[in-house]
Design a protein around this ligand. Structure first.
Ligand code: SDX
Length: 436
């Protein structure tokens, strides 16, 4: 970051000592006011619940321009990566800062391919769960459990360990997600097959059975690969911030990523794709497009607590570029599967049309986000609704690791320890119980 020649002066209306705070400029995007010395100089904290105006770190991985609706991974627009690259190239880019050349791509792909199996003992963790356990509960457990198997790559301060655990996590997430799915269906687990692509292998582990050869549909393979690319990273969102804070204690990468999985599960975050599809199915069950107006009135009524899931975003105040690409992928998959008339897709497009013309949404700059169409395309592929967030976690694992590694390799990093504005009881004495 570069120091700006402008300083911020903090003055106090009671004539207290004003202080100058340095301002730093990034490559692009908002400048920052460095408040690291604020408490020492003023005895005061800043106050920013939800961190709406707080930069928690300096990062060179992903940049979002919320007003323009732009998303860049290491400077490359998501629209170009989604068309010209595959997910493993995107993983290489996020981890290393540059796109791989042919040789680097081949080596990285081979390395990931050869780490897709999990220890046979992992199956016994699954047996402890009810068959109808939510896959995110299973996944949170399985990812954390990886730290029990790989003691040779848990020292987060060792660059080699970070590299090995990055490959292991990227390679094993598809296997674990597929195992969580198969466990719920009662079908046998499918072992990875090394002559398939990363995404083709995932599809086979999900939908193949030992009883017959599984044919990977190239259109579906490309679609799931693109879904992974679109979800790979997204600046300091809630789950990434969770991974950074968790990793800042020096815990092992598997534990930090398990914390990210747990945070992503929430319906306001990665769980929105599941919530969005459930919302569409509810509207469909209660009358479909003819009931959209009534539903929208509920959304606009603050007391209803009803939100249009898959809409709105903390940063995007324009169309989420991933939603546009997801809608295209949706079109391709539905056409390939002869589901162009999918009523939920028609309903979603109708909801989007009404919302984009409605003052409530326009005023609040609420647009479709990545979760609005992702559920429809995943459902068409055959992925169960309660596994949508597991797919999101699979894809976001590379982003979490890249962000965690960036933090750990920053010599300035320390354990995260926010402060508070205390509004509780002042000091008081305990009374004997007879007097309480
Ligand atoms: C993801 O951070 C990331 O980058 C996340 C993510 C990633 O890749 O990591 O992009 C993935 O989490 C996408 C978001 C998925 N969540 C949803 O689709 C759930 C529905 N969306 C909302 O919960 C909400 O939009 C948030 C949580 C996403 C953003 O909330 P903010 O920025 O805190 O905005 P807000 O709640 O303060 O909204 C501002 C106004 C409020 O109304 P007023 O109080 O001003 O009258 O807009 C309203 C909100 O009530 N509003 C909505 C709405 N989202 C916001 N009203 C109806 N439906 C919605 N979806």
């Amino acid at each position: 970051m570069k120091a700006s020649d402008i300083k911020a002066t903090l003055a106090f209306s009671n004539g207290g000592q004003a202080i100058d705070l340095p301002i730093y400029k990034g490559t692009v995007g908002p400048d920052v006011i460095d408040i690291r010395k604020l408490y020492a100089q003023t005895g005061m904290f800043t106050y920013d619940p939800g961190f709406l105006s707080t930069a928690s770190c300096q990062s060179s991985i992903t940049y979002i321009d919320g007003d323009k609706g732009e998303l860049l991974y290491r400077g490359y627009p998501i629209e170009q990566l989604a068309v010209n690259c595959d997910f493993l190239e995107t993983c290489y880019l996020l981890l290393n800062g540059e796109l791989p050349n042919e040789a680097q791509k081949t080596e990285f792909t081979n390395t990931v391919t050869r780490h897709t199996m999990v220890n046979e003992q992992m199956q016994f963790f699954l047996r402890g769960f009810r068959r109808d356990a939510h896959p995110m509960a299973v996944l949170t457990g399985l990812v954390g459990a990886l730290s029990a198997f790989y003691h040779d790559s848990t020292d987060i301060n060792n660059p080699e360990h970070r590299q090995i655990s990055a490959v292991r996590l990227i390679a094993k997430m598809p296997t674990l997600v597929a195992m969580a799915y198969k466990y719920g269906t009662g079908q046998p687990y499918m072992y990875p097959k090394n002559d398939l692509s990363y995404s083709g292998n995932f599809l086979r582990m999900m939908f193949g059975t030992p009883c017959e050869e599984y044919q990977v549909n190239p259109v579906i393979e490309r679609a799931i690969d693109r879904i992974f690319i679109l979800h790979a990273d997204h600046e300091q969102n809630a789950s990434t911030s969770t991974v950074r804070l968790c990793g800042s204690s020096g815990t092992n990468p598997f534990a930090a990523i398990a914390a990210g999985v747990a945070c992503l599960w929430g319906p306001a975050h990665g769980g929105a794709n599941e919530a969005c599809l459930n919302m569409l199915e509810d509207i469909q069950r209660n009358g479909g497009v003819s009931k959209v107006g009534e539903f929208m009135e509920k959304v606009k009524d603050k007391n209803s607590g009803v939100k249009l899931m898959g809409f709105g975003h903390r940063v995007y105040k324009n169309y989420d570029p991933r939603a546009k690409l997801m809608q295209e992928t949706c079109n391709e998959v539905l056409a390939e599967l002869g589901l162009e008339k999918d009523p939920l897709f028609a309903l979603a497009k109708q909801l989007e049309k009404i919302a984009l013309e409605d003052d409530y949404f326009v005023q609040r700059k609420l647009y479709p986000n990545v979760d609005f169409y992702s559920g429809i395309v995943q459902r068409a592929i055959g992925i169960p609704v309660n596994l949508f967030t597991g797919i999101f976690a699979l894809a976001r694992t590379v982003g979490w690791i890249a962000q965690l590694n960036e933090m750990i390799s920053d010599p300035e990093y320390k354990i995260g320890r926010p402060r508070q504005l205390f509004s509780g009881s002042d000091k008081r004495d305990v009374k004997p119980i007879a007097q309480r």
